[in-house]
Design a protein around this ligand. Structure first.
Ligand SMILES: [Zn+2]
Length: 422
């Protein structure tokens, strides 16, 4: 009904206009005809153009609103191709997609729980694909108007914020940092700074204080990841302090305020967090034979299978059965030092193998002369056993001259920020 009315209204309005033209002189009439012709042409063009624009808009809108979103994530040991098939993508489509995304994404470096979203049109064709390692590490694939898929990495610039926080240990290190809303990743970053000074499983006491000046990255107002810890302090029975510094042309590292590196030749413990000292170095009563003797190492008790790491870089001198020591690994280090790790359930290094500091070399067990899962850890200098918790270890590469001066300037600027808790 509406259409009919408007049609007649239009037609009706034309009548008096035509009559008016007929009454005009001939020249004016021709001019009017040209003008009218141009107007008509313009109207026609704009009508066609307008309709086309609208049609395109509608088609695009329909295309996008009709896209079906399918989300997926990588399971342990799963490759992207299999994950796509599992989400209902055809072999052919999965092949095409994987080949294109591989141009910007290293498919051998995908991680469990990486997630992705596939956008499929009504014909079942993939129009868009987003692979997301994190909110700022993403890989896009889109289908262009010619029907070809192309991949690109969108430029995302996360916002960097500098934050200072203080934590007090009430029960555990993890608990202290997680309560005010920080994540485990920050604890790991912190522990790595002082791994040469502090055995974090045995040293912390209730009431110890931690101060950290660190970077956090945000995208669209949401926390994405931690950057670097710029300065940190552990205040317990002793104070440990460190500032991050990059000497000219060298890799950055943490240094104590006097310019000595936080990194030392030996880590404090062969077990990262999970250890409890059950037997100290020195004379003791043997738990099995009940005889008095000397314990030449320290026993770190932990759960069966806990990873044991090399406390210093070196070469595997021995890896095998060590009698009372059970499965044993002995590492030879520079300057006449050696370390040994006994009672292991599993050995993960071979004789002659070069090992770096912190590398996992074995798993905790209770083999040999042992009453429960633990790692018997020894440090020897020229074959003489020393107390792993007390021995004075050599300092490596302290800052000197210009580097030391540059570090002092930086730490004078950075250190006071730790006092300004946000
Ligand atoms: Zn022992």
């Amino acid at each position: 009904m509406f259409f009919e009315n408007s049609f007649w209204a239009k037609g009706g309005s034309k009548g008096p206009y035509v009559i008016m033209i007929l009454m005009l002189p001939r020249e004016v009439y021709i001019k009017r005809r040209i003008v009218l012709g141009l107007m008509a042409a313009f109207l026609l063009l704009s009508l066609i153009f307008g309709v086309r624009l609208t049609t395109n808009k509608i088609q695009t809108w329909q295309k996008h609103s009709a896209l079906t979103e399918i989300s997926g994530y990588l399971k342990a040991g799963q490759v992207l191709f299999d994950s796509l098939l599992e989400r209902g993508v055809s072999r052919e489509a999965a092949n095409e997609l994987v080949a294109v995304v591989a141009k910007v994404l290293d498919l051998t470096k995908l991680k469990v729980n990486d997630n992705y979203t596939i956008y499929i049109d009504t014909q079942g064709e993939i129009q868009k694909f987003i692979y997301s390692k994190s909110a700022i590490d993403q890989y896009f694939v889109i289908r262009d108007e010619q029907g070809n898929l192309s991949a690109f990495v969108p430029a995302i610039y996360p916002e960097r914020r500098e934050i200072v926080k203080e934590f007090t240990i009430k029960s555990s290190l993890f608990g202290a940092m997680k309560e005010p809303g920080e994540e485990d990743a920050l604890v790991f970053l912190f522990v790595d700074i002082f791994a040469w000074d502090i055995d974090f499983f045995t040293y912390p006491r209730v009431g110890d204080k931690i101060k950290i000046y660190f970077e956090k990255y945000y995208h669209n107002g949401e926390f994405v990841e931690y950057g670097r810890i710029l300065a940190a302090e552990y205040d317990g029975r002793e104070k440990f302090q460190a500032v991050y510094f990059e000497p000219d042309g060298k890799r950055g590292a943490y240094y104590h305020l006097d310019g000595s590196p936080a990194a030392k030749m030996f880590l404090k413990s062969p077990l990262k967090f999970t250890g409890r000292i059950t037997s100290l170095f020195g004379s003791r009563v043997d738990p099995i034979t009940s005889q008095h003797g000397t314990h030449r190492g320290v026993d770190f008790a932990s759960y069966y299978g806990a990873p044991i790491v090399a406390t210093a870089g070196g070469v595997v001198e021995r890896a095998g059965w060590g009698g009372a020591y059970g499965n044993l690994i002995i590492l030879r280090h520079a300057n006449g030092y050696s370390t040994s790790y006994g009672h292991c359930s599993k050995l993960l290094a071979r004789r002659g193998q070069r090992i770096s500091q912190g590398e996992i070399i074995a798993k905790v067990g209770s083999t040999g002369h042992s009453t429960g899962p633990h790692c018997h850890y020894e440090v020897r200098l020229n074959s003489v056993a020393s107390n792993p918790l007390r021995f004075k270890q050599p300092t490596v590469n302290p800052l000197k001259g210009k580097e030391l001066a540059a570090f002092k300037r930086l730490s004078q600027e950075v250190w006071p920020k730790l006092g300004k808790i946000s």
